[in-house]
Design a protein around this ligand. Structure first.
Ligand code: 13P
Length: 241
């Protein structure tokens, strides 16, 4: 299966001139997550797939009275294929496990694929890897409650330990693999026969990407800060063999 490399721009303006020159050079599946505003500017690219950083939990095909929200249908109309759901930065802004679950089910039922983000904070990790696994299990359980099995193939799980996000402190590759295996074990096997893909996020850069991406147990990376520079992001992609 192709490795999956995603760029999460968060609330940053992409340098469009630099992105015009961007050419991913590997067989990886490359997905861009610009802000809602910048989605149209990345739509229509042939070498990358488009994603949205969030999606509303109601999908009213003809719209609805939800000021400030963006529906799955609206995203699809702009060519969006993936939605990022449950990112720790959104959870910190109020997305509870219940909201994450609702967004996940709506996105899947609307025909979007989903990157479900999970990961423990430093307080949990300090207690050891078993505590971290218990925390992640609870997040997974509540997000996936009620999700039909047929949709598992449309879910990629991003393991992003919060203490590794934007800190320059990555997880140890061996621990990230152990967590990815654990997450896969929770999901068993998708109906298409393939295991659910699990990617790693948290301070991935061109320098360290290979340590994660080249592992058999890690299906790719979700990159924040280092994805803002297209040259650096291209290097990360080219570290996929
Ligand atoms: P950084 O790569 O900046 O640590 O961010 C990771 C992340 O949150 C991607 O979603």
């Amino acid at each position: 299966m192709k490795k999956f490399i995603a760029a999460n721009f968060k609330m940053h303006e992409p340098d469009l001139r630099a992105w015009a020159k961007f050419k991913p050079t590997s067989g990886a599946e490359v997905v861009m997550f610009p802000s809602f505003l910048h989605i149209p500017l990345f739509s229509g690219r042939k070498d990358t797939i488009l994603g949205a950083q969030d999606v509303f939990w109601e999908n009213l095909r003809s719209g609805g009275a939800y000021t400030g929200e963006v529906s799955a249908q609206m995203l699809k109309n702009f060519g969006v294929k993936y939605a990022l759901i449950g990112h720790s930065e959104r959870r910190a802004l109020g997305d509870t496990n219940e909201i994450v679950g609702k967004k996940l089910k709506t996105a899947l039922a609307s025909g979007l694929k989903v990157i479900l983000c999970v990961g423990e904070g430093e307080d949990v990790r300090k207690k050891g890897i078993t505590s971290a696994k218990n925390f992640v299990r609870a997040q997974m359980k509540s997000a996936l409650f009620g999700v039909k099995k047929k949709f598992l193939k449309d879910i990629i799980v991003a393991y992003e330990p919060i203490w590794a996000i934007g800190t320059g402190r990555t997880d140890k590759p061996a621990d990230a693999i152990a967590m990815a295996d654990f997450i896969r074990s929770l999901l068993s096997v998708s109906p298409t026969g393939g295991p659910v893909r699990v990617i790693y996020g948290g301070s991935v850069t061109a320098k360290n990407a290979k340590k994660f991406i080249s592992q058999k147990g890690i299906d790719g990376a979700l990159v924040g800060g280092a994805s803002l520079d297209p040259k650096e992001f291209a290097k990360i992609i080219s570290s996929v063999k």
